[in-house]
Design a protein around this ligand. Structure first.
Ligand code: BJW
Ligand code: ZN
Length: 253
């Protein structure tokens, strides 16, 4: 395995030059340079908040007001920050390969805002909500001092459209993501600790099916051992030079 502090290998560039199909899995680390907190880093969200009190359905039923307060706060942060060079480098990859799939665990919508056309959102999207009784989807929900928990036309409680622990991932999303991992010639795992399943299985599936698998992360993770190459550094620093080099080689090929 090649471990390098941000410098990519010639093997990676060769694999990318020969690749028809590239897939990328991202996690919270990709948005860190935009100012969105990760979950499990020393200053991450789970250091301050308990997942069991906020990110599962029972917690929502016990205290919907608290859960909504937390998600409204995060919605405001997501809306106020901007995509960073890592998001933009990933968005550029779309035009460089015959097939490109972006699979994200992030709910902040920053990949779409950076120009990725059809991100597969494994854990939902914080900008959307739905009614727990009739499943009606809402793009915008109103909360106020009087109404701290948004209510549906049917009277049911509305919840954020995110996937909490113990909940199934959207079937179509996980199926498409698994197929993309199986089909990929090169697979990137970027800014994720690899702690949460089933997303954390995807790099291993890609490797098993023959992809060249690359991790981009400032540190080692619990899935680093599955990689062909680990690029140690922030994604906004590591990715842009790879894309620039690839574009240069493709132009002169
Ligand atoms: C940088 C950086 C920079 C920093 N550049 N990088 C198999 C085995 C074991 C357990 C399970 C299993 N299958 C299912 C489970 C249970 C559970 C699970 O995985 N538990 C584990 C924690 C043990 N999974 C589930 O419950 C899932 N559902 C499911 O499997 O359904 C089927 C089922 C149902 C019932 C019973 C059994 C099966 C659902 C998981 C839902 C996860 N939801 C959350 C919250 C989403 C909403 C929200 O945002 O509020 O998703 S939890 C949280 O973790 C969020 C993230 O998407 C997810 C992953 O985190 P991520 O993105 O990796 O972030 P971090 O913080 O962990 O890592 C950041 C990384 O970035 C670090 O490595 C940094 O170094 C790095 N970094 N700066 C690049 N600049
Ligand atoms: Zn309803």
């Amino acid at each position: 395995m090649n471990d390098s502090a941000s410098m990519y290998s010639e093997a990676l560039i060769t694999a990318l030059m020969n690749a028809d199909s590239v897939a990328v899995l991202t996690g919270a680390g990709v948005s860190a340079e935009s100012g969105v907190k990760t979950f499990r880093d020393p200053d991450g969200l789970w250091m301050k908040f308990k997942p069991e009190e906020l990110a599962n359905f029972d917690a929502f039923m016990r205290n919907p007001e608290l859960v909504w307060e937390w998600y409204n706060h995060r919605k405001e942060i997501a809306a106020s920050v901007k995509p960073n060079p890592g998001h933009y480098a990933i968005a550029e990859m779309e035009s460089l390969f015959k097939e490109f799939t972006l699979i994200t665990q992030n709910v902040d919508d920053l990949h779409r805002r950076a120009g990725t056309s059809n991100p597969i959102e494994l854990h939902g999207n914080i900008t959307r909500s739905f009614c727990i009784d009739c499943n009606k989807f809402y793009d915008k929900v109103e909360v106020s001092e009087q109404q701290k928990i948004p209510k549906c036309d049917c009277g049911g409680m509305i919840r954020p459209d995110v996937v909490w622990f113990g909940e199934m991932l959207p079937m179509n999303a996980i199926q498409t993501a698994t197929a993309a991992a199986q089909d990929a010639d090169v697979f990137f795992s970027i800014g994720t600790s690899g702690e949460v399943y089933p997303a954390a299985q995807l790099p291993g599936i890609a490797r098993q099916y023959g992809a060249y698998v690359v991790e981009v992360n400032p540190g080692k993770t619990s899935i680093s051992f599955q990689m062909n190459e680990c690029l140690l550094g922030p994604s906004g620093v590591v990715l842009p030079p790879i894309i620039e080099e690839l574009k240069r080689r493709k132009l002169s090929a």
